[in-house]
Ligand binder design. Sequence first.
Ligand code: GLA
Length: 389
Amino acid sequence: MELESLRNSFNNYFHTNPEQCFFAPGRINLIGEHTDYNGGNVFPLAITNGTYALARKRNDRKIRMISLNFEEEGIVELSLDDLEYDETKGWANYPSGVTKLLLENGMEMTTGFEVLFYGNIPNGAGLSSSASIELATGVMLQELFQFEIDRIDLIKLCQKVENEYIGVNSGIMDQFAIGMGKKGHAIWLNCDTLDYEYAPLQLQNEQIVIINTNKRRELASSKYNERRAECEQALKEMQPYVQADALGDISSAEFEKFKQYLSTETLVQRARHVIYENERTEKALKQLKSGDLKAVGQLMNESHRSLRNDYEVTGKELDTIVEFAWKQDGVIGARMTGAGFGGCAIAIVKNTHMKDFISRLNDHYKEECGLDASFYTADVGEGAHEILS
Ligand code: GLA
């Protein structure tokens, strides 16, 4: 949808023009999955699809919000003075939570506001539509009310909204990628220190394609938290033998030496995934910087195998897509991306083979899983920002 038509929608709902327009991207993760909450490294990038927010200040303390993605729910009306989480508010809890935490952190907002959101990433598909609306709200409020907040602090605040207000115990990867994205670059991030480095993603004859399983995944679902708890348990059992505050501090050599102390095979599997995946992100950074895309593709394939066999978060739909992709000509690498349990896979595919790849994969997936996949090309875009016309 064009910005112009979003402006018209704003006008229809609020009978005036928006003062400012903002955009926050979605994200995909190249490699480094389920490592962020283990103090490890991730390697995500911001995409050019995401969430638009058009807004204006009001003269009173009311907040009025509409999402074109949930238009049937109509305008949600809140007040600056009552921003408690409320299940019946649905999607509006995200902007409400960000507003609440900004206020609690001393950001001054003297009036309410009106905002229209529109997202062109699918909801609940693992491309971080939630972190996207959080950062869109944060940047919007920062610019509307002209308060100062460091970008990394805003990212941390949005993660806190997700963890404490929404109640999803996720790591910092999504908010970081969406807040710090850079056109043409992936972001290598150490989630413990928050040291990061931009690595150019120079795709000349290839493109990254996002493949949505269209199997809805609920991140809040118990599996994600179950994996977190298993990782904490594995860490606890290894700590008497190795100096580590998180699984991300343990090398694969140390792991091989001390895995015998883990009490169950499941814990061995979970820790093995995290520790080797963490090392794969370091290799991927080196290889990407030296332009060895083929080697990065191999690491992506290894990552998926580890998520399938050891971490057990892929499931039939993602495995069907990724395993088929591995066998196709012109595919450099393929893996699930995000939390898993459905959601999206990504593949790096040569331009010359893309059309054929998509049509063959589509047929195969439908036959095996009875669902249609959706395909998007991932262009690497900027982090959350104001759209200046
Ligand atoms: C979700 C979470 C992230 C991260 C990934 C798995 O996207 O929001 O913090 O844990 O899953 O890598």
